[in-house]
Design a protein around this ligand. Structure first.
Ligand SMILES: N[C@@H](CCC(=O)N[C@@H](CS)C(=O)NCC(=O)O)C(=O)O
Length: 369
């Protein structure tokens, strides 16, 4: 039976167990934007991706007119301007800024613990290496066990041990995840989505670590079932939402439970971002930093995350003048404000990432193959 391909449909290319592919799918479903998921094929697509996008990462999107896109944050921003109905960004500029913060934290901080649970534990590595070897490595003519071993090695060297989680960091990383689960459980036992009765960009951001990692990989799924069942329900509620779900009311302002999330973000992610800025400025490819009581030994430095910090600053600068003092006070109380502006002259390349989502200058992390 031939495959019935609708050429007008967006093509989302990635993997059915990938963090950022899952984030993009949650967004498309919520907005009612039809798409077709196709598995990226390694190594065949890597060269093409580099040619059309500058880098190769998951997912990519190909528009019906043939243009290629990458980077979920920049893609979502682009789709929001193309499909302005039922925006996922709240009208209230303070809540909108909180969404940008939470999305960035979800993308760039929770990525590492998500990879840890998948690749550190045998149960996770067995599941994911088997799945990925079959799904995306069809283009490599090697025995399955070799592909699986290659994947484990690559992911551990790139994203877990090789990105700062040595044996001494494991307990701290897992305690950090447990603290997040407990904070989210508190929120989702009171309301269906992070900011009220409808999902926002903050929920879409958190679908990254949750949908295809914490709520899929054997170990964290077991932890979620037992410690955070309301959070597990939220994962599926978001996946099952449609444009009609974007009608509900949002809460007023920024309640204490969201403030607590911002304080959590301020403890680990912001000091890490600043340590990363120092490393990039000094031209170091790895750095060691103790943040929130956990020592990350030889974490990879990231040019992309320097840009993330600068994006958060730019987002603050476009908040209406009369709203800025209130937002500044909120961020100061959360412990974010000072860290956000701690450094002058961020080490960014000229025009870095300015062509996203149609061209990317830097990968999130450079992984040696
Ligand atoms: N910030 C990017 C990150 C995308 C990303 O890092 N994707 C991962 C897989 S989910 C990847 O392709 N990493 C590159 C690699 O493993 O070489 C986004 O939002 O799309």
């Amino acid at each position: 039976m031939g495959k019935n391909i609708d050429r007008d449909l967006l093509e989302l290319r990635g993997s059915s167990i990938s963090y950022f592919t899952g984030k993009m799918e949650n967004y498309f479903r919520l907005k009612g934007i039809p798409y077709r998921l196709e598995s990226m094929v390694f190594p065949g697509e890597v060269e093409r991706n580099r040619k059309v996008l500058g880098i190769s990462q998951m997912p990519t999107v190909q528009l019906a007119d043939g243009r290629w896109m990458t980077d979920t944050t920049a893609m979502i921003e682009w789709f929001e301007s193309e499909y302005p109905d039922n925006s996922v960004v709240p009208d209230d500029p303070v809540q909108a800024f909180v969404c940008f913060l939470l999305e960035d934290w979800a993308d760039e901080w929770w990525w590492r613990p998500a990879m840890h649970y998948r690749w550190f534990y045998e149960e996770g590595a067995r599941f994911a290496s088997g799945h990925l070897a079959r799904e995306v490595m069809g283009g490599l003519h090697l025995p399955l066990f070799v592909k699986r071993a290659m994947l484990r090695r690559r992911q551990r060297n790139g994203y877990t041990r090789g990105d700062g989680i040595g044996p001494e960091a494991v307990a701290g990383v897992e305690a950090d995840v447990a603290a997040l689960f407990s904070q989210l459980e508190d929120i989702f036992s009171k309301r269906p989505y992070l900011l009220g009765d409808r999902p926002t960009l903050a929920d879409v951001g958190f679908s990254g670590p949750f949908f295809r990692h914490f709520a899929l990989d054997p170990i964290p799924l077991q932890v979620l079932r037992h410690t955070a069942p309301n959070t597990l329900e939220w994962v599926m509620r978001l996946w099952n939402s449609r444009p009609e779900s974007l009608q509900g009311a949002l809460i007023q302002g920024v309640p204490d439970d969201i403030h607590a999330l911002l304080q959590h973000m301020a403890r680990g992610y912001l000091p890490y971002l600043n340590a990363n800025v120092d490393a990039v400025r000094q031209g170091k490819s790895t750095f060691t930093a103790k943040v929130d009581g956990v020592t990350y030994t030889q974490a990879r430095s990231s040019h992309y995350r320097v840009w993330c910090l600068s994006e958060l600053r730019s987002r603050f600068n476009v908040v209406p003048q009369d709203v800025q003092p209130g937002l500044e006070l909120l961020l100061t109380k959360a412990g974010i404000w000072e860290a956000l502006w701690a450094q002058d002259d961020l080490p960014l390349a000229e025009g870095q990432e300015s062509r996203l989502p149609f061209w990317a200058d830097h990968k999130m992390l450079q992984v040696n193959r």
